[in-house]
Design a protein around this ligand. Sequence first.
Ligand SMILES: O=c1ccn([C@H]2C[C@H](O)[C@@H](CO)O2)c(=O)[nH]1
Ligand SMILES: [Zn+2]
Length: 150
Amino acid sequence: MLTEGNRERLIQAAIEAKEYAYSPYSKFRVGAAFLLADGTIVGGANVENASYGGTICAERTAIVKAVSEGKREFVALAVTSDVTSAISPCGFCRQVIREFCSLDMPILLVPAGYPQDAKDGGVLNETMGGLLPLSFGPDALELPRQPVSV
Ligand SMILES: O=c1ccn([C@H]2C[C@H](O)[C@@H](CO)O2)c(=O)[nH]1
Ligand SMILES: [Zn+2]
């Protein structure tokens, strides 16, 4: 559950995760952290590549770390960068996150410098479904289909 205490822990974990960003090309650091049902937190940072296209966003770093260790019970996600307003996960990451998370999972978009004077530290409280409406997910592959001849 996303208690007030866990919410703050999660935000701080995203801020700490940003420290390990490898972003020599964009010089744009991003940190992400997932809260799991057992109260543990898995963080990640963006890892860029000289090929550019091989770059992995912070959100995907974090979720792949967790899933590859058998952790899939995601409760909330926080994302932060060095931008003083909240940034939001890219389209690729939204789709990858949606594979494992409920549509009502909170996603906290945290501006650099948190906590500021702004209401709630300037954090935008979004959800998975809010960021990716009418999404395509694993459930779609279970729906009835018309027969096809292959
Ligand atoms: O939500 C986002 C948006 C961008 N990036 C990374 C990718 C790249 O390394 C840099 C600039 O796009 O920021 C993330 O990690 N997460
Ligand atoms: Zn991304």
